[in-house]
Design a protein. Structure first.
Lengths: 82, 414
């Protein structure tokens, strides 16, 4: 079942918050995973694994490097669901 | 008396079935409390495991660590990080360059929860669902690695594996790191988190666990005639080791000195101790020689004593053989009667107890000894703590492991 952009953002923010300890409210669309949220590649792959499970999508490894910001990830997940 | 390269203990930390830190664990031990309890799960019923109790950790890591730390570390590493942070704080957070700080934290078994959860995930949901953190969580060096990351220890992070002797061997190795000049401060100890149905069933299969389901608190009874095996425990204990010179320079509080390390291996049988006790005697003798003390100086032994007939009696026969009549003034404590058997954490928590016993001059009790085994050959501290003499004293912590590993650590007053 497809989610709205807001739902995807909220769900992803929850996953990021669990993994990093950041406040979910800080996980905004324009934030960069590496520069703003300080997420390393191991954490990023963990987040991707949880996101695939939560949203029922597949995010191939070669796509992950293109997901620079939270907004990029939300768009990709939304697109993969539609 | 201490000299410059002597190794002293300046910090203690623990999270065990008796308490969430070292002071509460020690207090509970002096009070003769048991950490064993009936487990709040259906494993015994569901998997037909003959044991439904264990000495589970008193304070859950979820109450202490941040959520991301819980997700990133196997419970074995969580316990170690909790104990290491306490020990570090207790030592007064020594200022030491990372290159002069070491970490030696052992586990007997490793990240078995992560390993088995990963296998379940793979079988039930496929490879895509396995978390990328699986390998760094299950590897047995994960606890020492996380402790080194937490404290910035760069002189080396090690994890020596010798089953139930692992925690003591780790502390022995930490002593050697300081003596050899590789480090000034070493955070050392052991950890274990194996209260999972598979290892419980596997230990039950080896016929080494107590089956006293109707009386968990009375199940671990080393030296009692009615003992029927050990009680599986979990948790971690960590000590901060420091060169006497370094400790003195910063005016640190010193609990005790680790004056001797004795090691040997039986090469006799994969699980049974050599009935002659030759390896145990060798380890204890080596620890005493290393510390330049004799059996006349040793007033207390924290026994390995897991509550199995052959293991308990081999050890006291070894002590009697080595000590002769000097064994008459040894106060023997079997603290697994209270903590259960922490496997890789056992040698570490028992070192903490031995250090406290020497510094407070108080040998902890052995509980549940209703009828002492007539073959017990050394005076046993029962029910109530026993005062140790003043002046210069020495104590030994014995730790033995499946595989024939023998470790004796000799503790002296500072």
């Amino acid at each position: 079942m497809a989610n709205t952009e807001q739902e995807v953002l909220a769900g992803l923010a929850e996953i990021v918050a669990e993994e990093t300890g950041l406040d979910a409210a800080d996980v905004a669309l324009e934030k960069s995973f590496t520069d703003d949220l300080d997420i390393d590649s191991l954490s990023m792959m963990t987040i991707v694994t949880h996101a695939e499970d939560k949203f029922g999508v597949r995010i191939p490894d070669e796509e992950v490097k293109n997901l620079a910001t939270v907004g990029d990830a939300v768009s990709y997940i939304k697109g993969a669901q539609d | 008396m201490t000299s410059a390269r002597d190794v002293v203990v300046t910090g203690l930390g623990a999270t065990t079935p008796l308490g969430g830190d070292a002071p509460s664990t020690w207090e509970a031990a002096l009070a003769g409390k048991s950490g064993a309890r009936t487990m709040d799960n259906d494993w015994a019923e569901r998997y037909e495991i003959p044991v439904n109790f264990a000495a589970t950790i008193k304070v859950k890591p979820e109450e202490v660590l941040k959520r991301p730390e819980i997700k990133r570390m196997d419970p074995s590493a969580q316990y170690a990080v909790i104990a290491a942070r306490e020990a570090w704080k207790d030592a007064g957070e020594p200022e030491v360059p990372g290159e002069r700080l070491g970490s030696v934290v052992s586990s007997g078994i490793g990240g078995i929860w992560t390993l088995l959860d990963g296998w379940d995930t793979l079988r039930e949901r496929g490879a895509r669902r396995l978390l990328p953190t699986t390998v760094p969580m299950l590897m047995p060096n994960s606890p020492t690695a996380y402790v080194s990351l937490d404290l910035g220890a760069k002189a080396g992070a090690h994890a020596l594996v010798s089953a139930c002797a692992s925690g003591a061997e780790a502390i022995g190795y930490g002593v050697e790191m300081i003596r050899s000049g590789r480090a000034d401060v070493v955070v050392a100890g052991g950890t274990e988190a194996t209260i999972h149905p598979m290892p419980i069933a596997a230990f039950a299969a080896s016929r080494t666990l107590s089956l006293r389901n109707d009386d968990p608190e009375g199940a671990s009874r080393p030296y009692d005639v009615d003992r029927d095996g050990f009680v599986l425990g979990e948790g971690s204990a960590i000590v901060v080791l420091e060169s006497a010179e370094h400790a003195a320079a910063r005016g640190a509080r010193v609990y005790a000195k680790i004056g001797g390390v004795g090691l040997s291996s039986d090469a006799y049988h994969i699980t049974s101790p050599d009935p002659e006790g030759t390896g145990q005697v060798t380890a204890m003798r080596a620890a005493m020689e290393d510390a330049h003390v004799t059996t006349a100086d040793v007033v207390h032994v924290n026994a390995h004593a897991t509550s199995t007939k052959v293991g308990d009696l081999t050890e006291t026969a070894s002590i009697r053989h080595l000590f002769g009549t000097d064994a008459d003034h040894v106060q023997l404590s079997a603290t697994k009667s209270m903590t259960g058997h922490l496997l890789g954490g056992a040698g570490a928590i028992e070192t903490v107890f031995t250090v406290k016993a020497v510094s407070e001059r108080l040998a902890p009790p052995t509980i549940n000894v209703a009828n002492p085994d007539p073959e017990l050959q050394v005076p046993l501290v029962r029910d109530e703590p026993v005062k140790l003499p003043g002046g210069d004293i020495a104590a030994i912590n014995n730790s033995f492991g499946f595989g024939g590993h023998n470790v004796a650590l000799l503790v002296q007053n500072a």
